[in-house]
Design a protein. Structure first.
Length: 330
């Protein structure tokens, strides 16, 4: 059995490779070596049966890779995943996430691959913010979708492309809508990645004992990437339903306020002096989704999946990762 991971050189791709290889599955992948990811290293690359740089905007290069790999299933993780970047350059997000997905699925059909599944990795950003004043909403897969940023728009459009290929071309597509995910190896373009990096720098005397933050009142469901890839693996073993709407799965962790997670990071830091924090207005995202709580009952009912990592363990591992493999914090 061989699975292809697009975006294999990214944060989730790295952890998914480890999950699948530990299960005895042959893994190949393509990515973009020009985009540096702190977890992508020679050891990881050597776990792949083969790897190549592939441009998702070049359908011929995708076709050639598929013809060579002949995968049994595809995890499509390659994307422009930054909301900040998508606001600055929407076309970049649309090209990567919409055109890239269309090209991948078109290449699948042209290549005649006999696949068990194509997994499209989507996002909770397709749901958008909750209705004004609603602090109790728990989001199921049937909730209305009103994306509020170019990234969310691109991911919802990606899902619609997947639905068309599923219904009209009989490509076995399922979708995961990922809620806030973190873990060891996450770069500092995310809140918890940044906080854990700053804590490590403080512990090593590279930064004064002040963590600089944006808005800490965001309430989300946070989860460990190592649990996420376990969920990906579990879903890949399931049948793909004829009704496409049944093939959409939320993956959502425990409910936390960002301030509380920062407090935990400061508490567990191996540092003898007091660590403070201050809000930096340049880090406060405009039009951010400040409340988003997901429900993953469908996933749990069909796979018996449960999260294993609690956030305290995750945060400790993140700080230790930066302390051990922080690549000089650059």
């Amino acid at each position: 059995m061989r699975y292809l991971i697009t975006g294999v050189s990214g944060f989730i791709g790295y952890h998914l490779t480890k999950e699948l290889r530990n299960a005895g599955i042959d893994v190949c992948g393509f990515g973009n070596s020009r985009v540096w990811c702190p977890v992508w290293d020679r050891e990881t690359r050597e776990q792949l049966s083969f790897y190549d740089d592939v441009d998702l905007l070049d359908v011929c290069s995708i076709h050639n890779f598929l013809a060579k790999a002949q995968p049994d299933g595809i995890f499509h993780l390659a994307a422009e995943a930054s909301i900040v970047v998508s606001r600055k350059n929407p076309v970049r997000a649309y090209n990567a996430n919409i055109i890239g997905t269309e090209n991948l699925l078109r290449a699948v059909k042209r290549c005649g691959c006999d696949l068990d599944f194509v997994h499209l990795s989507s996002s909770s950003d397709v749901y958008g913010p909750p209705p004004p004043g609603d602090t109790t909403q728990v989001i199921t897969e049937d909730a209305p979708v009103y994306p509020s940023n170019p990234y969310g728009i691109s991911k919802l459009t990606m899902e619609m492309i997947g639905a068309r290929y599923s219904r009209e071309e009989n490509v076995p597509v399922f979708v995961t809508r990922l809620f806030t995910t973190t873990g060891p190896g996450q770069y500092d373009d995310s809140a918890l990645g940044s906080f854990s990096k700053q804590i490590a720098m403080i512990c090593n005397g590279r930064q004064e004992p002040i963590v600089r933050t944006g808005n800490l009142q965001n309430e989300r469901t946070f989860q460990d990437v190592r649990d996420v890839v376990r969920a990906y693996h579990a879903i890949s073993k399931m049948e793909v339903y004829r009704d496409f709407s049944e093939n959409i799965y939320n993956i959502s962790g425990g409910r936390h306020i960002l301030q509380d997670l920062l407090n935990t990071l400061i508490e567990i830091a191996p540092f003898s002096k007091e660590i403070k924090h201050e809000t930096n207005e340049s880090l406060v995202r405009k039009n951010d989704i400040t409340l988003q709580v997901g429900d993953q009952s469908r996933l749990e009912a069909r796979t018996n999946f449960k999260h294993c990592y609690d956030m305290r363990e995750t945060l400790r591992d993140m700080v230790e990762w930066w302390l051990e493999k922080g690549y000089n914090y650059d």
